[in-house]
Design a binder for this molecule. Structure first.
Ligand code: SAH
Ligand code: SF4
Ligand code: F3S
Length: 442
């Protein structure tokens, strides 16, 4: 028997890339590859890339440069670029870095085995098409390895919103939802392999409208269908757009016990002028009213968001409106970024805000967000939560997991196993995590 070839995948960007990397590893498993966690002993290196901000895209080229030595030592080593940079830059990648053998966009991963075979013949392989076929159907997972208690599951991909700053509609293509039966089959399979929590993924996950037994289903209907799977304990979903937050989804947050009280609902800015220029088609006020309705359905829900500072034309007053909105919402988590010009997007052509101004605003916003996060986290002390243990901690007997609110919680002398879901009382709050103790029944 020939020794298996080794595959090293490095994943950048969002959770969908994490999911896709797993699928690519499975697809190449059929070609005799096993995964390795070191680039040094790999026969194939795949970078699964992100194009969302300039820095993310540039990282890819510096990383590729570092493989020069490896390839010189091992001429048979194949180097591939997948993900959103592959989609956005295509052939240009091979022109800029000739050591690259393969470039594959997110909609062509099911063609990876054929592409790999092509590289073995010494040819370059490039595929950035948007084919009609269902890549996930063709990427059907192979051998059923046991896995950890949490998993991602892509249910929707692509975006038709065209926010003026964003590359996703170009790199992931038009919005497509997977049929519900395939999602349910995949979910049952994950549960059979030990998964207890599934996070449904989509760039616009709450716009989900996949085919169901009686016509298209909403995300809420899909969640209720998943709720019926024995052994699946927790359901999450990300990322949502405020305009697609349907009444049934809001209601599910109050009624579906498996749906976790956490919602990532990016707003990007608190200024209506900027929101309009971003092509977001919601206002700060409509967002705030939406949050009120969500909190009415599920009062303890923890909200998280994304913010862009220094979008073209953003004035100090616009920025202040963002600070005010953050004050008003009170986020449990929030991610904030300096606006980064992306080639081909409408905002790239507009009058840009000074880099210094962007940095200074980002600092102020992050200061506020950090205080809020800390406040929400500190507010958990004394409360009872349920923790799904994901891995052993740093100390003997310590276990680490997530509460329903997605806070990391560590418990000493837990006497629990990975995959156990246990009631825990929070005893203290650190900078990035909570400490808890097991609630033992008398
Ligand atoms: N709806 C998407 C958003 C993807 S991008 C999803 O499902 O995840 C994640 C975040 O990156 C966005 O919410 C936005 O805040 C930020 N972002 C996108 N384009 C950006 C740009 N050009 N500059 C800075 N931040 C950006
Ligand atoms: Fe990008 Fe806007 Fe679509 Fe989100 S909704 S992926 S930010 S275009
Ligand atoms: Fe990045 Fe593509 Fe995800 S640009 S954020 S990897 S959809």
């Amino acid at each position: 028997m020939t020794a298996p070839k080794k595959l090293f995948i490095k994943t950048y960007g969002c959770q969908m890339n994490v999911y896709d990397s797993e699928r690519m590893a499975e697809a190449l498993g059929g070609q005799g590859y096993v995964e390795t966690d070191s680039a040094d002993d790999a026969d194939m290196i795949l970078l699964n890339t992100c194009h969302i901000r300039e820095k993310a895209a540039e990282k890819v080229y510096s990383e590729l440069g570092r493989f020069k030595g490896l390839k010189a030592d091992k001429p048979d080593l194949k180097i591939g670029v997948a993900g959103c940079v592959a989609q956005a830059e295509g052939e240009e990648i091979i022109r800029r870095q000739p050591l690259v053998d393969l470039v594959v966009g997110p909609q062509s991963y099911h063609r990876l085995p054929d592409m790999e075979a092509k590289t073995r013949k010494g040819e370059k392989a490039l595929d950035t098409d948007f084919p009609e076929e269902d890549k996930f159907e063709k990427l059907k997972s192979r051998p059923k390895a046991a896995r950890g208690p949490t998993a991602f599951l892509t249910v929707q991909e692509g975006c038709d919103k065209f926010c003026a700053f964003c590359v996703v509609p170009y790199t992931r293509g038009a919005e497509v939802s997977r049929p519900a039966d395939r999602i349910l089959t995949e979910a049952r399979d994950l549960v059979d392999r030990g998964v207890r929590e599934i996070t449904l993924l989509g760039q616009n996950v709450n716009a989900y409208h996949g085919a169901g037994p009686d016509g298209d289903m909403t995300l809420a209907q899909l969640i209720w269908a998943l709720d019926g799977i024995d052994g699946l304990e927790r359901i999450r979903f990300t990322t949502s757009h405020p305009n697609d937050m349907g009444d049934d989804l809001i209601a599910a947050h109050g009624e579906c016990a498996k749906l976790m009280p956490y919602l990532h609902l990016p707003v990007q800015s608190g200024s209506d002028h900027i929101l309009k220029r971003m092509n977001r088609s919601h206002t700060a006020d409509s967002y705030l009213r939406l949050i009120e309705r969500i909190r009415a359905a599920r009062p303890d829900i923890l909200l998280s968001g994304d913010f862009i500072v220094g979008f073209p034309e953003e004035t100090e007053a616009d920025f202040q409106a963002t600070m005010d909105l953050v004050e008003e919402v009170g986020y449990g988590y929030a991610y904030s970024f300096k606006y980064s010009t992306r080639p081909g997007t409408p905002a790239a052509e507009r009058a840009q805000v000074d880099e210094d101004v962007k940095s200074e605003r980002l600092q102020r916003l992050q200061g506020l967000i950090t205080r809020q996060q800390r406040q929400v986290q500190d507010g958990m002390v004394g409360k009872m939560v349920n923790v799904l243990f994901e891995k052993p901690g740093r100390f003997d007997g310590q276990m680490v997991g997530k509460s329903e609110y997605l806070h990391a919680v560590h418990v000493n002398d837990a006497g629990a196993q990975v995959g156990d879901l246990c009631p825990v009382r929070i005893v203290s709050s650190g900078s990035n995590s909570l400490a808890g103790e097991m609630v033992r029944r008398a």
